[in-house]
Design a protein around this ligand. Structure first.
Ligand code: GCW
Length: 681
């Protein structure tokens, strides 16, 4: 068998015989819905397939509860179950998409609040079995947030912006692909981690997506994903009325423009009646937007919102990634990190109720370490989703293994102390803190046509963990990667321990050999965002500056002497970041401009920390290939070799990183490494 990775964590590998033989086959799978497009039917098929593959049991699907001979598996909605005479007395309250799973009674009960929930419950059950877990359970599981989406940055020509795993599984040559089988397989994976929405095209959107033939294609994508409980949305190009519609303007208050979008939206809904909405990147990185026409961001968002409104529950996800990429570095107080709050803070009351602001997790751009975006503390009436990036744009681009759940947890667990009250980021985005009904999560994923999906088998743990965190942000990163490993590579203890160890060491190692102390990732930022290029951070308009000179380094973001960014946080948090003494070392250079000789809380100087961290990080990466070697023969050769190749590359590239960054700062600062390892650059 060639293990190509298409099934990801849904391999349903056969359990060892001694486990299989202990288990009595289920008599039947009772699906409480028989329409083939229903997620309940999908769940029944998935159960049938999973039981066959995991246990070697062939089990029939039936459609009526009364036919049940025990022990059966019943799958459907709570409503259908009680309508068919099932007793639901003991079942706790379920939220939208939630489910009840019980393996304790005569039958296994998998009951969803809706059809999607039933499918999620089926996956939960199968993933327990696949890990050899037959313990009797009975519990309800509910999502932390209703919006659990992914964003693809796929272009109409079939390329993928920041995609590192082959061409698009959706588009080719300006059209939707004829063969969407990969899109269906992707939907299966997403559904199993409870993702309920996919925005299928790049935020740098191409208006040709709105042409009639492509709307037909969108219909096919939506049809393929719907049985998996997944709805699609699209990104729009703001200037489409001019570019595609031939209008003289795209001014969001111009009646002809409003009418044009209304008409387009009607057409889109004719093809995709359950569209989740529009994602808008405007006035960002050279993209046009309402500011181009002297209108506010709310004017634009509301125009789209009103076009969507008559059709149902579609949302406008308006990205907060609005900034000027021609910022003048010679002005000490200029700061790209301030942009989101500056643009959005006065608009809190201005957005229609079907607008959600989509906020990148940090103030800059998916760096190896950032504080949470301060905008998360400014919106009360306006709902928000937080944006993560499963694709490792600044994080080694899937050539390096970097497990990012621990990074995301630093953001989700952060207490922003809005109004002096507990305001964990995870409670803000769940909607709990400000009483929002539609909020949650988005992540850029950028899977491609490669059989590994992301280009590196180990990168898939990021997608898996992202989905699980959207459901339960308290999930533990190490536990998630253990589960993922068992499902992806098997139950062998050496396999699980080794992959968990490499994964848990990977983000700290990457931070060590790339950018330390909150200075950002330090990769080339002009073109590739891949290899080391600390010098490229400064002297350009992008605003990802380090302000490194011969004596000092870091952005002064204090209110007292700097850009004032610390003051965008609520007072208790602002006080921590304003003061060098209370700023944690890991974010020191994010908030402060200090001499290379400044002493950290560890007692080391900044420059010596740089040197030591780079040696330590590269040394850790050197252990990855040798740790991995223990897996030879314990997993299939295909995936063993594939990962071994990449870990060897990472080990080598970590040395390139180490020497490039250390050499650069040694030359800049003229301060020698105490251990005498670092040469000049
Ligand atoms: O980090 C930058 C990326 C761009 C991306 C942009 C965004 C889609 O380098 O490639 O454009 O972020 O998030 O809009």
């Amino acid at each position: 068998v060639v293990e190509n990775g298409l099934d990801g964590w849904l391999r349903y590998a056969a359990l060892p015989d001694e486990i299989r033989h202990k288990h009595r086959p289920y008599s039947s799978i009772v699906a409480l819905e028989n329409a083939e497009t229903s997620p309940v039917y999908t769940a029944a098929k998935e159960l049938q397939d999973g039981l066959d593959r995991i246990l070697g049991h062939k089990v029939d699907i039936t459609f009526t509860l009364s036919n049940t001979a025990n022990p059966a598996i019943v799958v459907g909605t709570l409503h259908a179950f009680s309508t068919a005479g099932g007793s639901i007395d003991k079942i706790p309250e379920l939220k939208e998409d939630g489910f009840w799973l019980s393996t304790k009674g005569d039958a296994v009960q998998i009951l969803g609040q809706n059809e999607r929930g039933a499918l999620y419950g089926a996956f939960e059950f199968l993933m327990m079995l696949a890990q050899g877990n037959f313990s009797p359970v009975a519990y309800a599981s509910n999502p932390s947030a209703p919006i659990r989406w992914v964003n693809e940055w796929d272009n109409m020509d079939g390329s993928i912006e920041r995609g590192y795993a082959g061409p698009s599984i959706f588009f080719h040559n300006g059209k939707i692909l004829d063969d969407l089988s990969r899109a269906a397989q992707y939907a299966r994976l997403l559904s199993s981690i409870r993702i309920n929405g996919v925005v299928v095209n790049n935020v740098n959107a191409n208006p040709i997506l709105l042409k009639p033939a492509n709307l037909q294609g969108l219909r096919r994508i939506a049809d393929i994903m719907r049985p998996w409980g997944i709805r699609i949305g699209i990104s729009l190009y703001f200037d489409s009325p001019r570019d595609l519609g031939g209008l003289p303007t795209s001014d969001p208050l111009d009646p002809a423009v409003v009418e044009w979008w209304k008409d387009i939206t009607d057409q889109v809904y004719r093809h995709v009646p359950d569209l989740i909405g529009y994602l808008i990147k405007a006035n960002s990185e050279g993209q046009p937007g309402p500011l181009t026409y002297n209108r506010t961001l709310a004017d634009a968002a509301n125009m789209f919102a009103r076009a969507l409104k008559p059709h149902g529950d579609g949302l406008v996800m308006y990205r907060a990634f609005v900034y000027n990429h021609h910022l003048d570095e010679s002005e000490w107080k200029n700061d790209r990190a301030n942009a989101a709050v500056e643009y959005f803070k006065d608009l809190d009351a201005e957005f229609d109720d079907n607008v959600v602001v989509q906020i990148k997790f940090g103030p800059i751009d998916f760096q190896v370490r950032e504080p949470p975006s301060p905008l998360l503390a400014h919106l009360r009436k306006t709902k928000a989703v937080i944006e993560f990036q499963v694709c490792q744009e600044y994080m080694g681009q899937q050539s390096h293994a970097v497990y990012m759940a621990p990074l995301w947890k630093t953001i989700l667990d952060f207490d922003l102390r809005v109004d002096g009250k507990s305001s964990l980021v995870r409670d803000i985005v769940s909607g709990e803190r400000f009483g929002w009904t539609r909020s949650g999560y988005a992540s850029v994923v950028n899977v491609g046509n490669d059989p590994t999906w992301l280009g590196h088998h180990l990168a898939m743990s990021n997608l898996y963990a992202y989905g699980r965190l959207t459901w339960d942000p308290l999930a533990d990163p190490a536990t998630m990667v253990e589960d993922w490993t068992r499902l992806t590579f098997g139950l062998d203890k050496t396999v699980v321990d080794t992959i968990t160890k490499i994964s848990m060491e990977s983000w700290p190692a990457y931070e060590n050999y790339s950018g330390n102390l909150g200075i950002q990732t330090l990769c080339d930022i002009i073109y590739t965002h891949f290899g080391p290029s600390p010098g490229s951070q400064d002297g350009n308009g992008w605003g990802q500056w380090t302000r490194a000179n011969a004596h000092a380094i870091g952005m002064d973001r204090t209110v007292a002497t700097g850009t004032g960014n610390s003051g965008q946080y609520p007072p208790e948090v602002a006080a921590v970041f304003e003061n060098i003494e209370t700023t944690p070392d890991e974010l020191l250079l994010w908030f402060h401009h200090v001499p290379y000789t400044h002493r950290l809380k560890s007692g080391k100087t900044v420059i010596q920390h740089f040197y030591d961290a780079h040696y330590a990080g590269a040394a850790t990466a050197q252990t990855f290939p040798t740790q991995w070697a223990a897996l030879k023969g314990l997993i299939d050769d295909d995936r063993y070799n594939h990962v071994a190749f990449r870990l060897a590359y990472q080990a080598g590239h970590s040395i390139v990183w180490r020497d490039a960054v250390n050499g650069f700062y040694k030359t800049k600062s003229s301060i020698a490494d105490e251990a005498n390892r670092v040469g000049n650059h």
